[in-house]
Design a protein around this ligand. Structure first.
Ligand SMILES: [Fe+2]
Length: 252
């Protein structure tokens, strides 16, 4: 089973699919690459509960537009979620739990681009003890953050997602290798926005992951996604303790 855990496929909503036609083409391309399920993670920037309500309302409308365009087409299943920008202490915002992945308590968090300080890590920590399970999206992009901040983030009860396209990129090679070795990579997503510059590239990611880390690793990552969507959940500390002789052992 192939699950894309990060995508911007809802039409005319965020900076993702420009319209329903493009959204449908993106989904069909995903399908052709064997993707069974796409987690739809449109950008959300909440400061108040009103922002959450407005997001959910607009997301529902965008989803209806997409479903209308996709009538009778063979596309992957779509799971509603969001990519929640860490704007402040999100635990104080009403309705934040409605932004989780489907019916789970896992929530995708986009870290700020600005230089992290202790308060940023504290916001993630608060989320992690609030009953929600933060998934840090495309953590490789945080490569430039202070080392001690990254280490503090990675010591929290969180999960980490890496973009499929980043697996073949020299700039991220060392970072991802280290993360893999430390068993800190849990999920993969395309973060697709369109058909050109940020396209559906799960197949390319799959090939790069298998080539560098082995088939077991790919299956482990897809298994994690499946387990979360099935309501079983996975836990950071279980993942850190995950041991298998061949897994993650091929890079050096
Ligand atoms: Fe994204």
């Amino acid at each position: 089973m192939i699950i894309d855990f990060h995508s911007h496929i809802l039409p005319e909503f965020d900076d993702g699919a420009e319209n329903s036609k493009i959204a449908l083409a993106m989904l069909k391309k995903s399908r052709a690459q064997g993707v069974d399920t796409v987690v739809s993670t449109s950008h959300c920037y909440p400061y108040t509960s009103h922002d959450v309500d407005k997001f959910l309302e607009d997301r529902a409308a965008a989803y209806r537009r997409l479903m209308k365009a996709a009538e009778g087409e063979d596309i992957p299943d779509i799971i509603p979620a969001c990519e929640l920008h860490l704007t402040c202490d999100l635990t104080g915002i009403g309705g934040i739990e409605d932004l989780c992945v489907g019916k789970t308590n896992y929530i995708l968090i986009e870290m700020p681009v600005r230089k992290w300080t202790d308060d940023i890590i504290d916001y993630v920590y608060k989320l992690s003890i609030s009953g929600l399970k933060p998934i840090i999206v495309h953590d490789e992009r945080n490569i430039g953050q202070p080392k001690e901040m990254l280490e503090a983030l990675h010591s929290l009860d969180i999960l980490i997602q890496i973009n499929s396209g980043s697996f073949g990129m020299p700039v991220y090679k060392k970072f991802i290798d280290r993360m893999m070795k430390e068993k800190l990579v849990h999920l993969v997503g395309t973060d697709m926005h369109n058909l050109s510059s940020r396209p559906p590239d799960m197949d390319k990611g799959r090939k790069n992951i298998i080539k560098r880390y082995g088939t077991d690793c790919w299956e482990y990552l897809m298994g994690n996604a499946e387990q979360i969507l099935n309501g079983g959940g996975i836990h950071y500390h279980d993942m850190r303790g995950f041991r298998k002789k061949t897994l993650f052992g091929r890079h050096g």
